[in-house]
Write a protein that binds this ligand. Structure first.
Ligand code: G3P
Length: 229
């Protein structure tokens, strides 16, 4: 399962990239708006920083203009993936882009029915929004499980990207469902690393190591100690 960061913030991307686990980035208009800067510059920086797929989202509501915008976004870098929304215009533009070999990510997917349409237009990625399904008092993980099963049974090659993940257990459950990719915000990435027993265990190991070094510096070669006395 590939791990993506859901952000347009270059500092967050650089930090997680240093861990050696980052396989891609997803951006959307809301994430870009949070950064307040030049959008094209931000995209280019991210495309250069990340050795993996970077999703750039179209913002034109009509199919023809969305298609034209998709062509431009795809040309921004070899790792650019064009995001189109799950709308009738998104399907039309997405199909044309996919037919030209452009990798598309169909976003704003909330049901298995929509995921079938994304696969049928030849999408490279489908993005079901797990957390937002939960927000609507439905079961996001159940939808994800159904999508993974349908894709498996039907032999669809479209990759399932679990998006709108809000906490580490979303990531774990998405992995169990068989998602190909998960995208998560910076804070969820940080929470994946942390465990209180790792912290206390690490503190104890370091304290014991320091104590041993002190002992050795202070002539801790006492034979009686070596015998465990
Ligand atoms: O990038 C799409 C998705 O991950 C958004 O998540 O938390 O805004 O529902 P959220």
């Amino acid at each position: 399962m590939r791990l993506f960061l859901d952000t347009a913030n270059i500092d967050e991307i650089r930090e997680i990239n240093r861990w050696g686990v980052l396989s891609g980035v997803t951006t959307n208009p809301s994430l870009l708006a949070r950064e307040h800067g030049d959008v094209e510059k931000a995209w280019l920086l991210i495309l250069e920083e990340v050795d993996g797929d970077v999703s750039l989202e179209t913002t034109e509501p009509e199919a023809e203009a969305m298609y034209e915008q998709g062509l431009k976004l795809a040309a921004m870098g070899p790792n650019a993936v064009v995001k189109v929304p799950m709308t009738t215009a998104g399907l039309t533009a997405g199909r044309r882009l996919a037919d030209q070999g452009i990798r598309i990510n169909v976003t704003l997917v909330f049901s298995p029915a929509q995921a079938i349409l994304a696969a049928e237009i030849g999408a490279y990625i489908v993005s079901p929004f797990i957390g937002r399904i939960d927000d609507a008092a439905a079961d996001g993980m159940h939808a994800l499980r159904q999508i993974c099963e349908i894709y498996d049974v039907q032999g669809y090659e479209t990759e399932v990207l679990a998006a709108s993940l809000r906490h580490p257990m979303h990531v774990v459950e998405a992995a169990l469902c068989g998602a190909d990719i998960v995208t998560m915000p910076y804070d969820v990435f940080i929470k994946l690393v942390r465990h209180p027993l790792t912290d206390t265990g690490n503190e104890r190991f370091l304290a014991d190591w320091e104590a041993l070094q002190g002992e050795l510096r202070g002539g801790g070669n006492d034979p009686a100690r070596k015998e465990g006395a």
